[in-house]
Design a protein around this ligand. Structure first.
Ligand SMILES: *[C@@H]1O[C@H](CO)[C@@H](O)[C@H](O)[C@H]1NC(C)=O
Ligand SMILES: *[C@@H]1O[C@H](CO)[C@@H](O)[C@H](O)[C@H]1NC(C)=O
Ligand SMILES: *[C@@H]1O[C@H](CO)[C@@H](O)[C@H](O)[C@H]1NC(C)=O
Ligand SMILES: *[C@@H]1O[C@H](CO)[C@@H](O)[C@H](O)[C@H]1NC(C)=O
Ligand SMILES: *[C@@H]1O[C@H](CO)[C@@H](O)[C@H](O)[C@H]1NC(C)=O
Length: 280
């Protein structure tokens, strides 16, 4: 697996490192695009092109008006198009629709005439292709991984790492059992660290996945990507078409988090081994 690192200015204004499998030419703000060049090209004004135009007029409203903020559609070969749009579970209907509409436009600008394109933006994910996109492992294929270049202190790193993993697992559990949106947000207190007192998380799968599929998709991210890329990092995010995960030390979530983990109890005070005898 050959990879290249790029700096990327995220919406939050922090510098992130972006790690991905497809080369980018320059520093890239969101949205991020994956143009699958080996999927082939369509020609201008072809039936396939007309199908993309149809998606542009229909998909945003379908995704936004769906209770799951998700839509997938499939056409008939040879010119049929398979499409999928998923909005963040805490996105408003209007920003869902405008994100999906913008993603379809930017897919065509960044990957002109390419048949299979994936767009990752903050409030939505879009993919269209001439091929069906089944739910199947390994879910880590074709991920975008980005992290905050700033770190917690070396001394705090092991506890921070453990807290991110614990929060990640709990958020993944919660998201996978949400039968409508397969979405969860969470937070955990990070001991008594006053610089980064809380960690916030988000996990989501496409709602056409079963609870088991969703949990294993998120499990691949959490158990493999966190230890590999996010140790000590102040934030990280993994975008996949089937599932995605993010954590930060600031509240990037709209509204209340769905899950609040208790602060881990401090290690027990050492037992009293001596005794003081007061004599007057
Ligand atoms: C890109 O397209 C080719 C041909 O359709 C397909 O075999 C391959 O799996 C696609 N790659 C990704 C990352 O979707
Ligand atoms: C595609 O259709 C548009 C609008 O009808 C037209 O302006 C354009 O020239 C066409 N492109 C090609 C390559 O035929
Ligand atoms: C497909 O389109 C891209 C531009 O999006 C272009 O660079 C490439 O040469 C085209 N490939 C073919 C086989 O026409
Ligand atoms: C954070 O830690 C990584 C790995 O130890 C290091 O490469 C990077 O320079 C650190 N970032 C900052 C801003 O010090
Ligand atoms: C997270 O879950 C994985 C299994 O999915 C488990 O191996 C790991 O110990 C858990 N970590 C924490 C900190 O709960």
């Amino acid at each position: 697996m050959s990879m290249a690192c790029y700096y990327l200015a995220a919406a939050a204004g922090l510098v992130l490192l972006l790690l991905l499998h497809a080369p980018l030419t320059d520093a890239q703000p969101l949205p991020w695009h994956r143009c699958n060049i080996s999927s082939g090209n369509y020609t201008e004004n072809s039936t396939y092109h007309a199908n993309i135009r149809y998606l542009a007029t229909s998909l945003p409203a379908y995704a936004a008006s769906s209770r799951s903020l998700f839509v997938s559609s499939s056409g008939t070969p040879p010119d049929g198009i398979y499409a999928l749009a998923l909005c963040r579970g805490d996105t408003s209907v209007s920003s869902c629709a405008s994100c999906v509409a913008a993603a379809i436009q930017s897919a065509q600008q960044h990957c002109p005439l390419i048949k299979t394109v994936t767009v990752y933006d903050d409030p939505c994910i879009l993919r269209f292709s001439n091929e069906a996109f089944p739910i199947s492992p390994p879910y880590t294929k074709g991920l975008f991984i980005a992290w905050n270049d700033r770190n917690v202190s070396a001394a705090a790193t092991p506890a921070f790492e453990a807290a991110v993993l614990r929060l990640g697992n709990a958020t993944a559990d919660y998201a996978s059992t949400d039968s409508v949106r397969r979405f969860a947000t969470g937070e955990v207190g990070f001991g008594d660290d006053v610089t980064y007192p809380r960690i916030f998380s988000l996990a989501q799968c496409t709602p056409d996945m079963t609870a088991t599929e969703c949990r294993s998709c998120l499990g691949e991210i959490i158990t493999r990507m966190i230890p590999q890329y996010f140790v000590g990092r102040l934030g990280g995010r993994v975008f996949g078409v089937r599932c995605n995960f993010r954590f930060e030390t600031y509240p990037f979530i709209f509204g209340q988090t769905m899950l609040q983990l208790p602060v881990p109890s401090p290690s027990p005070a050492p037992p009293v081994t001596g005794a003081l005898i007061f004599s007057l």
